[in-house]
Design a protein around this ligand. Structure first.
Ligand code: SAM
Length: 322
């Protein structure tokens, strides 16, 4: 296993199956264009080999499938069948939920038991304004079906001043009622927001403001979380849990164990670094040849991690794999 001076190693891998997305969320995609896949995305077989080699070369234990929107990828089925037998401790998927009802049988068949579903509002007009694609009712139906099928569900919400702060409490209520754990994700300076400081600050709502808002209506207490967890967890006694991924307010770089593999074959060791390392060619090689080269690149990728805090990144989240 490759370990850095701060004792960090890669244990959690995120694979972006495609850069294409059926949404164009305002904070993720600046130009409002949807469904733009990269020309040179790797095959499902190459991405599966990527996971397999990274388990060996880096000690990956857990996999999250993301994108873009993973459920729009034509590689989804082959990829899920390919990674299911690799012996990972956990395989989960992050989706906007638009195709969830349709893909649920496949997810269940291939052993997916945990989902993160992104949902920024329960208001149909605000939904259209933020996501710029998709349909709120379809997402809510997908969530109900996934819940009925027994999947463990977290809901991701990015609170944005002037857009959906009024939805913090309704969404929390919605999630607590259904046993979903709501994850508030502080807005990150990614892509166009890394260059637009005024735009970022105008929308950003941080941990303290969020907790103050929640505290006006709910009793809550801090709950325990794993050492390398990115979210601070809170319990609303008798009702359930919520979390805050407080990238800005309480940076978690010191314990970050994440590695990202993009759909086009680039390894990213850190969201906040513009460095990336091409492994697409290595994934065509037999294991014995690929692993030593991969280890060299992993060492570099680990060196890309910030020491303390996320400081912004030029890459768009849907390309790097959010
Ligand atoms: N399409 C899937 C989805 O919607 O969940 C997976 C990819 S999406 C890029 C993953 C997560 O990244 C979503 O929850 C989204 O809200 C979040 N995200 C994207 N850009 C962000 C930003 N600038 N700040 C914080 N979260 C962001």
């Amino acid at each position: 296993m490759i370990v850095d001076r701060q004792g960090r190693s890669f244990r959690n891998l995120r694979v972006s199956l495609t850069a294409a997305c059926n949404y164009a969320c305002t904070y993720c995609v600046p130009d409002g264009k949807r469904l733009v896949a990269a020309q040179d995305e790797l095959s499902a077989a190459a991405l599966v080999r990527g996971v397999q080699y990274l388990i060996e070369a880096a000690g990956i234990e857990r996999l999250r499938i993301t994108g873009g929107e993973p459920l729009v990828s034509p590689r989804l089925e082959e990829f899920l069948h390919g990674v299911a037998p690799l012996g990972l401790a956990d395989i989960s998927l992050t989706t906007n939920g638009q195709l969830l009802s349709r893909k649920l049988p496949l997810l269940l068949d291939t052993g997916i038991r945990r989902l993160n579903v992104s949902l920024d509002t329960l208001d149909p007009d605000a939904f259209r304004g933020i996501a710029r694609g998709g349909d709120l009712r379809t997402v809510l139906d997908g969530l109900e079906r996934a819940r009925a099928a027994g999947l463990r569900i977290k809901v991701n919400m990015v609170p944005l001043r002037g857009r959906n702060v009024d939805q913090v409490l309704p969404l929390l209520d919605y999630c607590l009622d259904r046993g979903f754990e709501l994850r508030f994700i502080e807005l990150m300076r990614m892509g166009h927001l890394a260059r637009d400081s005024a735009g970022f600050h105008a929308q950003f709502i941080g941990l303290d403001a969020l907790l103050a808002l929640i505290g006006e209506h709910y009793e809550y207490q801090q709950a325990s979380a794993p050492v390398d967890a990115t979210a601070l967890r809170y319990e609303v006694p008798g009702r359930g849990y919520f979390g805050v991924i407080a990238n800005e307010s309480v940076p978690f770089c010191r314990t970050c164990s994440r590695l990202r593999l993009s759909s086009t074959g680039w390894l990213h060791g850190c969201l906040s670094s513009s460095n990336r390392h091409y492994v697409g060619d290595l994934l065509e090689l037999p294991r014995e040849q690929a692993l030593p080269a991969l280890q060299g690149l992993l060492q570099k990728a680990l060196g890309d991690k910030q020491e303390v805090a996320f400081s912004g990144g030029a890459t768009v989240m849907k390309i790097i794999g959010g």
